[in-house]
Design a protein around this ligand. Structure first.
Ligand code: HEM
Length: 460
């Protein structure tokens, strides 16, 4: 085990401010492995740096300038990766240091492995009362933006958000997605009361929020990122590789490799509304009061209005937009080590620390034809090992479908784990007594989309 270095940043998993550490009391799960029999792909640290650092082969500086179109994914609007990040913060929070060969059993997941929006609800009105409205504790408290409009997260006097997971304020798009979910919950409370529902209105609203969110994960998010075929296969024929006894767990092949595919989907620049466009970092860094000129027009992020096509996300390819390979201090701490600012390097290093198998090894186990070294394209840089799983998942997406969706390895890991988490949660819509369909009104009967959620929440 490599000792901790003096320069190791204090925060290693998205953004966990040290003073917020003790806020989170639930979520004591352990991580596990999806392919426990596969050997680790023990590659060289310097080689990882060569492919993951700023200016490296993974740095999309050359293609992701807003004027260049090569990075655009014509099939996935820009809001979906933010929703993907929102899902990540709901189910996994590894706050261990970036060490080599960490013992998996000692690493704690600070989120419960369930799509239950713990990141939004925290410990609920009694356990996290600062998140709820004192005069009506069924309702979330909202915060005012700098024009005194209730469009922001509630914040303390120093601007820190009072929410279930601090990472949902890391950048101002996910900040506003969290606000949309708070408003969605509050709108459901109002809707239930309008129907003269009695009893525990908070819990009923929470169930509706969770189940409609889970429905969107299964029926809209997964088909978009992994493809309908693999989703149908898992729904109809079941999981083949993600197995658990009674309690689901987060496999590191998911949290520290495949599901980090979303890092390549983040654009360098975003248009938030008709008048405001900016770089994701440093311009859109969160952890501060929202200024009104940044309030999001969600039509620019999701297919809400046929007359207003949303901006695209980046393709899923072996590139990461430049601001993410040069992350600001607020995210990685005041490190003097340039590579620690690179999310791509951190993704590769984290996987190495957890003894991750190679992408080729996982492909062979799945019975999928593995990419050739020519397709991977690292040999010319002196790479002599098999391919790190995260890089492989990005590369196969690029090779298999021009980066429009995940390829066979990434798509299956992501789909099996997310559907598996729903199957393993006795409180999920998949375990309802009778087959469940969305109850809230949407544009099409029998289903519910992200556009419906945003409309119901009153944010479009
Ligand atoms: C602006 C957007 C994003 C930023 C700044 C960001 C930043 C980060 C950072 C700093 C880490 C910790 C890296 C480490 O030290 O191991 C991380 C982890 C992670 N990210 Fe992201 N991320 C973003 C978007 C996404 C998206 C779109 C997804 C997936 C769709 C995603 C999935 C994950 C996952 C699964 C982890 C591991 C979390 C854990 O287990 O603790 N992220 N991200």
């Amino acid at each position: 085990m490599t000792p901790k270095t003096a320069t190791q940043p204090a925060v290693t998993s998205c953004v966990i401010a040290p003073h917020l550490k003790d806020d989170i009391t639930q979520g004591t799960s352990k991580y596990g492995r999806m392919f426990p029999d596969l050997p680790c792909n023990d590659c060289d640290e310097a080689a990882l740096l060569d492919i993951g650092g700023s200016g490296s082969v993974l740095d999309a500086a050359d293609v992701v300038d807003d004027g260049a179109r090569q990075g655009d994914n014509p099939c996935i609007p820009a809001g979906w990766p933010v929703f993907g990040q929102f899902i990540a913060h709901d189910i996994t929070a590894d706050r261990s240091l970036l060490q080599h060969h960490a013992t998996l059993g000692e690493i704690r997941n600070f989120r419960s492995p369930a799509l239950n929006l713990e990141s939004v609800y925290g410990a609920g009105p009694s356990g996290s009362p600062y998140m709820f409205d004192n005069s009506d504790t069924d309702m979330f408290l909202l915060g005012m933006d700098d024009a005194n409009i209730l469009d922001d997260l509630p914040r303390n006097s120093q601007g820190r958000a009072l929410i279930g997971d601090p990472r949902n304020d890391v950048q101002q798009i996910i900040t506003q997605m969290h606000v949309a979910f708070l408003k969605f919950h509050n709108a459901i409370v109002g809707w239930l009361r309008g129907q003269a529902k009695t009893g525990d209105i908070f819990s009923e609203a929470q169930r509706l929020v969770r189940w409609h969110y889970q429905w969107i994960v299964t029926h809209e998010f997964l088909p978009l990122v992994a493809g309908q075929a693999v989703v149908d296969d898992v729904l109809v024929h079941g999981r083949r590789f993600y197995a658990f006894d009674e309690q689901p767990f987060i496999p590191v092949e998911f949290s520290d490799a495949a599901y980090r595919f979303g890092h390549s989907q983040i654009r360098g620049n975003y248009r938030l509304n008709e008048h405001f466009q900016a770089a994701i970092f440093p311009d859109l860094i969160g952890f501060r009061l929202l200024s009104h000129d940044r309030v999001i027009d969600w039509r620019l992020f999701f297919a809400v209005d046929v007359n207003q096509p949303p901006q695209p996300s980046r393709r899923i390819d072996a590139k990461v937009s430049h601001p993410l390979v040069n992350l600001p201090d607020a995210i990685v701490g005041a490190t003097q080590i340039p590579q620690e600012r690179s999310l791509a390097y951190r993704d590769l290093q984290r996987a190495r620390a957890l003894d991750m198998p190679s992408g080729e090894a996982v492909a062979r186990t799945m019975g999928v034809e593995a990419l050739t070294p020519e397709q991977v394209g690292l040999a010319e840089r002196g790479w002599i090992w098999e391919t790190p799983l995260w890089y492989y998942v990005l590369k196969e997406a690029e090779v298999a479908g021009a980066g429009v969706t995940l390829g066979p390895v990434g798509g299956r890991i992501v789909t099996e784990v997310l559907i598996g988490l729903l199957d393993g949660d006795p409180m999920s819509y998949r375990n309802a007594e009778a087959p469940w369909q969305p109850e809230l009104p949407g544009a099409q009967p029998g289903t519910f989309t992200m556009a419906d959620l945003l409309r119901f929440a009153g944010v479009v």
